[in-house]
Design a protein around this ligand. Structure first.
Ligand SMILES: [Zn+2]
Ligand SMILES: [Zn+2]
Length: 935
């Protein structure tokens, strides 16, 4: 839909879409901008719209009331509360309830739920106001520079469902917003301008009124009224008001400070100025200070000027001229403050994001966090203020406490994550230095494997290497290769392949399957009617106890009649049972079915253990632990959690201990259905561990009040049924994700017994008893080390003794044309001694005899051959060791190389060995004659 067409459509009928009762009552005049023709409403006559108006409130606010950032919120809260609104706590900045967004980008997002591409609204109260922290990373370069851009800001959201209880529509909305500005903030009605606009979202749209004071946009009231397209639309059953106003701007308009950062971060800045000795723009003696004057004048101008252009450098030069200051000199004064504002903004964003469970990483939304953190660290270093990013975190927590008291609970977590990330950043910088010297020295290129290793172990992205000039471009296949390495969607692919289902099969026409596994979880046998048979191996029944593959849980097996069921999937409202062989029954027949009880029980235990491991990991590691993905099969389960580092053995055992503690406490597993809104309000967004639930009813699984999740799987009734949870292994599978593999119940005991058997085997082999196993094992290792040393010494003696023998056994070759030119060579195919021996003998004998060429071919245990070549000093004038190694390796189907003195190589084609002696002779004679000719 075209925005400007829609705007002219609405504007042509402005009485209906824009003329609210307030405009009539107070005599607002509808006017058109002489510059851009936008239409706006204001009490006085104005020739231009607010877009072209300078920020005249800077240094001269339009009200005598001064509200700090948190005070502004208090005023807004009281006002809307008095006017019948419920005040809702902010939602997380990590948007867990929508899988199309990483972060909450606007207040209305809190209440939007997407299913089948359609947006629905889930308002916990009506009407309501929320101080929603929003994260946006599309304007990072402007933060700190323009005076008004942020990576995180508070959008005061006034939201209402016009057609439900308590709802209102345009007239009242604008009355309220106008009242807030005039009665609470003390702004004169003549200062306020409303601009006609439209809003278009996912499948819905409507008119909107933006309101401005002295050129600054303070809020935008959106009236979501229609669904469908511009040409074919209908009025929504529930029309929605979505008014969003920036808290930073509301505070700014009352203070008129040079930048909005000065009042938003007032107390943080004040402390930093005190601690660092940087000049405070607000200090009482600033008028005496030349620099303070310049700064204040500069920032007052830049915000206004950058409204109409994005060319920062040009604007800066212009201001330098206006202030009669040399541009370079201006930069020197201004840049530290820009950096400081940036640091403070970025740090606040990290505070919110980490509190809400997002980790800096190389993937998804975590990428943005790592970018702003690394930028912050670089700027901190440049400024040299002498404090850490975590010091600024604490200043933020102090300032934000009245508005967001919950942040304080996460202080330690934020510190821990940032400390780790800072350490990693320093390591990365060191790595970058090492890599760059390596590349410059050796002119080596980084291979794809190098890049993957750097990415996985150090978090160095190829983009970062490109930035640093160490890589020309990110290899096209890099991210594909990376996702292949970590692909866990094996079962999905298997499904499609195995089922081989025709796309044309009509899934909607026939009746759906009644699912009995929720209401009657202990029932394993049943009688059902066959509704449909596809491909002679896919069976749809009218009802079933078979649990299908879903949410990471593997399907039940069992029998339909005499046919073994080896796979079950749910598509729409039908369950498809895949049977082995050809299904020779008829649609409409009744048939006895049975679910394999042992398998179901084992999977159910492993599944329930997944919830417990998730809870235990979070309580041992930290609040940032979330389920990334999960897989539950009969013999084991795995849970991928979000965590910054590989787990230590102690951490793994602590998680195991916590989990088994929950098992022993025999806590009840309670399962209830809730409406989605109620579930979110009661339990928070932690319920979405397995991702978004696209339905209005949510199945909440509550394990003893400890772990509460929306989950559709099968669970035990009490945790004691699990008996034992054994962690098998843990592994860091990608940046920010750790995999834990474990098993519960009978299978856990089996695993423990298997491990015990392995220990017994070792005990028997060592010929010791279990009490002394460690002692005996260490002793054996020591002895083995000693033996190795002895053998080495023996070899050295033998090699020295062998030199004479080798001299005797070597053959002399003479050039055909020059009798003074000759070579001595020794060749042996050896199955007895290893390469260590030949390295010693070869080196020693060619040192003693500079005319000698020493060639040995060692047969390895794996039926391959290794080639070692040494050339004495004189011999290298005729032939090079690396040439010989390379040529002989080729005969073996491998490759070789080295230096003129020493070459090595090898290959697998040992059938070529018998001809090798002759080949060596040929190579050497050829070289002798070649050299002679050159002479
Ligand atoms: Zn205009
Ligand atoms: Zn579950």
């Amino acid at each position: 839909m075209n925005k400007s067409e829609l705007l002219s459509l609405f504007s042509s009928d402005y009485e209906k879409y824009y003329k609210v009762s307030l405009f009539e009552k107070l005599g607002f005049i509808r006017q058109s901008c002489s510059v851009c023709s936008r239409i706006f409403w204001a009490i006085p006559q104005r020739s231009i719209c607010p877009d072209h108006e300078n920020y005249t409130f800077i240094g001269n606010p339009p009200t005598s009331r001064r509200f700090s950032y948190t005070q502004s919120w208090e005023k807004i809260k009281d006002y809307f509360e008095k006017n019948g609104h419920s005040i809702v706590n902010r939602y997380p900045v990590v948007c867990r309830w929508r899988d199309d967004l990483y972060y909450t980008i606007a207040s209305i997002v809190d209440f939007q739920r997407v299913a089948d591409g359609k947006v629905m609204f889930e308002l916990p109260h009506n009407p309501l106001v929320v101080p929603q922290t929003c994260l946006r990373f599309n304007d990072i370069e402007n933060v700190g520079i323009t005076g008004r851009h942020y990576t995180s800001f508070c959008m005061v959201g006034q939201t209402c469902d016009a057609d439900s209880n308590g709802g209102y529509w345009k007239d009242k909305c604008i009355d309220l917003d106008f009242g807030l500005l005039v009665d609470i903030f003390g702004i004169s009605p003549a200062e306020i301008t409303f601009v006609e606009d439209v809003w278009i979202g996912a499948g819905a749209f409507g008119s909107s009124l933006e309101y401005f004071v002295r050129g600054l946009e303070l809020g935008n009231a959106v009236f979501t009224e229609f669904e469908g397209t511009e040409k074919n639309h209908r009025v929504l059953k529930n029309k929605i008001i979505d008014m969003g106003a920036g808290l930073e701007r509301l505070s700014w308009i009352t203070n008129g400070t040079p930048t909005s950062y000065d009042c938003t971060f007032e107390s943080v800045l004040k402390r930093i100025y005190e601690m660092s000795g940087m000049d405070n723009l607000f200090s009482s003696n600033r008028n005496n200070n030349y620099q303070s004057k310049i700064l204040s004048d500069y920032f007052s101008r830049i915000s206004a000027k950058l409204q109409s252009t994005s060319d920062v450098l040009q604007v800066k030069k212009q201001i330098a001229q206006e202030l009669s200051v040399d541009f370079e000199k201006l930069q020197k004064i201004v840049v530290p403050y820009e950096s400081l504002y940036t640091i403070i903004d970025h740090t606040r964003t990290l505070v919110f994001a980490i509190s809400d469970g997002s980790l800096p990483s190389n993937v998804g939304g975590g990428y943005n966090l790592r970018v702003i953190l690394r930028r912050t660290l670089s700027l901190l270093k440049q400024l040299g203020l002498g404090f850490k990013v975590t010091d600024i975190v604490d200043l933020h927590l102090d300032q934000l406490r009245p508005l967001y008291p919950e942040l304080m609970d996460y202080r330690n977590d934020i510190h821990e994550i940032l400390d780790i990330e800072c350490k990693r950043f320093i390591e990365t910088q060191d790595r970058i230095v090492t890599i760059s010297t390596k590349i410059k020295k050796g002119k080596t290129k980084l291979s794809l494997d190098d890049l993957i290793r750097l990415y996985e172990s150090d978090g160095v992205t190829p983009d970062y290497l490109v930035e640093n000039g160490l890589l020309d471009a990110v290899p096209a296949n890099f991210y594909t290769r990376l996702s292949e390495l970590h692909s866990t969607n094996r079962s999905e692919k298997r499904d499609k392949k195995e089922f081989n289902m025709d796309d044309n099969i009509d899934l909607d026409s026939s009746k759906g399957t009644t699912l009995m596994y929720y209401d009657d979880p202990l029932r394993y046998s049943f009688n059902a009617k066959i509704l449909k048979i596809i491909n002679k191996n896919l069976v749809v029944l009218d009802k079933t106890c078979f649990y299908p593959r879903g949410g990471g849980q593997e399907p039940d097996f069992g029998y339909i009649g005499d046919y073994k069921v080896d796979n079950v999937v749910k598509i729409k409202d039908k369950l498809f049972h895949h049977v082995v062989g050809t299904f020779e029954q008829n649609e409409g027949d009744l048939i006895d079915c049975v679910v394999e009880k042992e398998r179901r029980l084992a999977i159910t235990k492993n599944h329930t253990a997944t919830h417990i491991i998730n809870h235990a990991s979070r309580s041992v590691l930290g609040s940032w632990v979330w389920q990334n993905s999960a897989y539950k099969d009969e013999t084991y389960a795995r849970l991928d959690i979000t965590h910054h580092s590989a787990l230590s053995r102690e951490e793994m055992q602590e998680i195991e201990r916590k989990a088994n503690d929950i098992v022993r406490r025999n806590l009840p597993v309670m399962i209830n259905w809730h409406s989605r809104g109620m579930a979110e309000q009661n339990y928070g967004f932690r319920i979405y561990q397995g991702g978004v639930v696209p339905t209005n009813d949510v199945r909440i699984v509550n394990i003893g009040g400890l772990d509460i999740e929306a989950c559709g799987g099968t669970h035990v009734f009490n945790t004691g049924e699990l008996g034992l949870i054994k962690i098998l292994k843990t592994e860091r599978i990608q940046d920010g994700v750790v995999r834990i593999e474990f098993v519960a119940g009978e299978n856990a005991l089996n695993r423990v017994q298997d491990q015990d058997n392995q220990i017994q085997y070792i005990v028997n082999k060592l010929g010791t008893n279990r009490d002394k196993i460690l002692e005996t094992f260490s002793k054996n290792i020591d002895e083995s080390d000693k033996s190795k040393k002895k053998i080495k010494n023996l070899l050295r003696r033998i090699s020295i003794a062998s030199v004479d023998q080798i001299n005797n056994d070597s053959v002399v070759l003479k050039s055909e044309s020059n009798e003074d030119r000759f070579l001595k060579y020794y060749f042996k195919i050896d199955e007895e001694f290893d390469d260590e021996f030949h390295l010693l003998v070869g080196q020693t004998s060619t040192e003693r005899n500079p005319d000698l060429v020493y060639i040995s071919v060692i047969i390895m245990e794996n039926k391959s051959a290794k080639i070692i070549v040494f050339c004495g000093k004189n011999a290298t004038k005729i032939v090079k060791a690396n040439t010989i190694a390379s040529q002989l390796s080729k005969m073996l189907g491998g490759s070789g190389g080295g230096t003129p003195n020493f070459g090595q190589g090898g290959g697998n084609m040992i059938e070529s060995l018998p001809g090798m002696s002759e080949a060596v002779r040929k190579i050497l004679i050829e070289k002798l004659n070649e050299t002679t000719e050159k002479d």
